[in-house]
Ligand binder design. Structure first.
Ligand code: ANZ
Ligand code: ZN
Length: 824
């Protein structure tokens, strides 16, 4: 019992928790609820240190809130659909479901060995029919409400993964997974209409004070709201008009040409059977193979061709040439722009390249710009010039005046544009939730009736990277009956983006076993919103945006009562080793399992929480782990030495006379309680909380050297120590709690409260010197004056002994510090 054997201790308490269903919660209405959620993992095979960090942080929160009287929901599950399983199938011939199940089993075992307080009865995997049935159910809800639609779209296509990628999965023009250059391909694809919610997704960020500012800024930029106007220009000699979106109506007199995106429908109309057709066709053909990122990158050379037609500028009647160029995208605004090279850098570069005119219409106050010598566009503000009746107006004012002028004439109107695009959810993949739609030659696309869900993934499939879903080749899957006319019909073979599965999983945890609906409304109303969400900042945009979108849609449909899913968000930093992010590809990983086997879960957790505050990056350090291990051993020995003496003793509760040393220990005890409580509650500063605990242990060791021992005070200190340590290192805390005679489980105790009075330091320590040499220390009242200090010093046993036979010549007192006795 005297040696810390973490293996026995951790196994013992993990069994105890499991056997007693310790972390199972129900919707107990007598207690305030607290929903503590960590982003669920993809079952890749093994936990990595990033996971350990994420879950250790979440577990401190769960245990702390539980001890503070909350009914805490702390669930775990698996984001189990997705590409790696399918790639493993292609590579090793293992079925994705078998690969996924065995990974889940392994990672679950690893999670349990970490001692995280999950309610495992709520576990689910998104790849199981019991779950994806409702992912399909939700798809149908969106479809019925006009929020899911199919359209032909140019998509990002990774030729190596043979799949469609969302914009967000394209990093600098390359596939996020394999690094291959991404191409463009036109396919019929399913979309969710997240753009309908752009404004609310933006505005409601203000309702999230508990989110990190940087995440809100990222979301804001992603939504990308721009204000400006849309207006149309006539095309010379044609009945057609072309409309443009601009954020700079104040520069409308500076238009010297116009640009259409290569995909713009007018291109064909304007150039068909003209001498320009061939050059335009060639250009467009070339652009097809470039993706959006390459086309719009500032480094990419701007290129274009003249369309052979002219547009008429409505403010001054001028005819300007219409060009087709790579830098204008069909997917933004109207797919056409008015070009103002003097004030837009992209237009400037293009104009210089093709010898198009540059006309200055905004000048900075007191300065004039010469278009012939300008080397870059002037994009700043200023005064309108060369702008007819608007001359002399400040440009911000001018923007409004030009819009009004256009509105009065019915040419244009104020407009808002968002960078946010609709969410492309189609994947030409097997390992995802099938989209519950069938196509009938007579009736067109039909929803699969709710009672026929789930549309089951067939097990027997062949995996070949063909670019089509493997489901396309499974006749029994594809061929079905039309739910409307009963005739032959074909199933949709696309599956859903896995971000769909993870956009609603936090609702499912509230009532994971209901079979006839995705959740029980009452349970969801009890638990939601999530009080604390914890995960990697890499999900700052997509997952969090999609989840917010789903929640708003479900709210509008009356299916849930909250409009935002996550009240507080904590984005944890990375785990680094040797200054670089720990990753398989860099070969600098440390295996959590090895660390747990060598030092135990309590040490692993303590180190990870102690090494750095949660939001900052954490540098792995073997010495740091060793240090935490030594610390837990030190705590163990301390308790072991005291346990027999204090087991039956009541913790100090006031009353009897305390020595200075007793008071000092009580001060440290209550200081620690206060510090740990505030560090966890207000700032998640687990690192400083743990330092405070370490100091309390030092204080206890110091106290142990005293001859006089007040066991009630010691008991009070040990109790507090074990209680405040328990969220960080939960197994050893249980064992020590038992050792000092604590009742029940440490995790079911009330969080300790600090005693304000103990925190008032009414005495201070001074040193007593003889001829300038420190000989003794003493406690004096904190306001003691020189005389009182001298009296105390002279009366000390040790000092009297040393003064025997000597003549005191002088006694000097420095208040708050020392007494020096000068002798012959
Ligand atoms: C004329 C102009 C003059 C512009 C000027 C800017 C400065 P944000 O802020 O991103 O919304 N634009 C509009 N549609 C486009 C498209 N489909 N592809 C590429 N560029 C497009 O940008 C809005 C500005 O981007 C618009 O305002 C337009 O150029 C361009 F001194 O119009 B501007
Ligand atoms: Zn039909």
């Amino acid at each position: 019992e005297s040696k810390y054997n973490f293996k026995t201790v951790e196994a013992k308490w993990q069994n105890f928790w499991e056997e007693n269903g310790f972390y199972i919660v129900t919707e107990d209405k007598t207690k305030p609820k607290y929903y503590d959620l960590e982003m669920f993992p993809y079952p890749s095979g093994n936990l990595h240190m990033g996971h350990v960090r994420n879950y250790a942080i979440g577990d401190v929160v769960a245990r702390f809130k539980t001890m503070n009287g909350y009914n805490v929901l702390h669930p775990m599950g698996w984001d189990a659909f997705g590409l790696p399983a399918e790639n493993a199938a292609i590579k090793h011939g293992i079925h994705p479901s078998i690969w996924t199940d065995s990974n889940i089993e392994n990672m679950k075992r690893q999670l349990k060995s970490l001692g995280i307080s999950y309610d495992w009865t709520r576990e689910f995997a998104t790849c199981k029919p019991e779950y994806y049935r409702f992912t399909q159910w939700l798809f149908l809800k969106l479809y019925e409400n006009g929020l899911a639609y199919k359209k032909k779209a140019a998509v990002n296509w990774c030729p190596s993964c043979a799949t469609v990628l969302a914009n967000e999965q394209v990093v600098d023009g390359d596939c996020e997974r394999c690094g291959t250059r991404v191409e463009k391909k036109s396919l019929e694809q399913w979309f969710f209409k997240i753009t309908d919610y752009a404004e609310r997704l933006l505005n409601d960020l203000d309702k999230l004070p508990g989110w990190p500012e940087k995440v809100k800024i990222m979301q804001k930029n992603w939504i990308g709201r721009s204000e400006g106007c849309e207006f149309s220009l006539a095309i010379d000699g044609s009945a057609e008009t072309v409309s443009v979106f601009t954020t700079r109506p104040d520069t409308v007199f500076g238009i010297t040409y116009m640009v259409l995106a290569p995909e713009h429908p007018l291109v064909e109309k304007l150039t068909r059977d003209t001498p320009y057709q061939q050059a335009v066709d060639e250009f467009i053909h070339r652009m097809k193979f470039l993706n959006e990122i390459d086309r719009t990158s500032t480094e990419t050379e701007k290129e274009g061709v003249f369309a052979g037609a002219y547009a008429v500028n409505p403010v001054n009647g001028e005819k300007v040439p219409i060009w087709i160029a790579n830098y204008v995208l069909m997917e933004y605004g109207t797919g056409a722009i008015m070009a103002v090279p003097a004030h837009d850098q992209r237009d400037f570069e293009f104009a210089r390249k093709y010898g198009l005119p540059v006309r200055v219409v905004i000048e900075p106050e007191g300065m004039s710009l010469d278009p012939d010598v300008m080397t870059a566009a002037y994009e700043g503000g200023g005064v309108m010039v060369n702008s007819g009746q608007f001359d002399g107006l400040g440009n911000e004012d001018g923007k409004q005046k030009v819009i009004e002028w256009m509105e009065d004439r019915g040419i244009g109107r104020r407009a808002v544009n968002y960078r946010l695009r609709d969410w492309l959810i189609s994947r030409q993949r097997y390992w995802g939730a099938p989209i519950p739609i069938v196509y009938c030659d007579n009736c067109g696309p039909q929803s699969v009736p709710y009672e026929q869900l789930p549309v089951m993934l067939p097990l027997n499939v062949e995996f070949r990277p063909t670019g089509e879903s493997p489901l396309t080749y499974v006749d029994e899957f594809v061929n079905t009956e039309c739910p409307s006319c009963g005739g032959p019909a074909k199933r949709e073979t696309d599956t859903m983006d896995t971000f769909v599965c993870s956009s609603w999983y936090y609702f499912r945890y509230c009532s994971p076993h209901v079979q006839d609906r995705p959740w029980d409304k009452e349970a969801v109303d009890y638990w939601m919103p999530v009080d604390q969400y914890i995960g990697g900042v890499e999900h700052a945009i997509l997952h969090l945006m999609y989840s917010r979108f789903f929640t708003k849609v479900l709210y509008d449909l009356g299916l849930v009562s909250c409009e935002e899913p996550f009240t507080n968000l904590l984005t944890q930093g990375m785990v680094l080793k040797d200054g670089a992010k720990m990753s398989k590809s860099k070969g600098n990983t440390v295996s959590p399992e090895d660390i747990i086997n060598t030092y135990g879960a309590d040490t692993a957790r303590l180190f990870i929480l102690f090494a750095s505050p949660p939001e900052k990056d954490l540098e792995w350090s073997d010495q740091g782990v060793e240090g935490c291990y030594r610390f837990l051993n030190r705590v163990w020995r301390l308790v072991a030495e005291y346990s027999n003496q204090v087991r039956g003793v009541e913790a100090y509760g006031g009353g009897s006379n305390l020595s200075a040393a007793d008071r000092e220990l009580r001060y440290r005890t209550h200081f620690t309680i206060k510090k740990v409580t505030e560090d966890i509650e207000k700032r998640f500063n687990f690192n400083t909380a743990i330092s405070a605990i370490m100091e309390l242990v030092n204080a206890l060791y110091q106290y142990k050297d005293n001859e006089h021992q007040n066991l009630a005070v010691v008991k009070e200190a040990l109790k507090a120590l074990v209680l405040v340590l328990s969220p960080f290192s939960p197994h050893i805390a249980e064992e020590l709690w038992e050792a000092i005679g604590g009742e029940g489980s440490v995790h079911q105790q009330q969080w300790p409260k600090y005693d304000e009075e103990a925190l008032v330091k009414d005495e201070i320590e001074i040193v007593v010197q003889i001829n300038g040499k420190v000989r003794e220390r003493a406690m004096v009242p904190s306001g003691a004056g020189p005389d009182e200090m001298k009296t105390v010093a002279m009366s000390l046993d040790r000092i009297q002994e040393m003064l025997a036979g000597k003549t005191v010549r002088k006694v000097i007192a420095v208040p708050g510090k020392l007494v020096n006795i000068v002798v012959n």
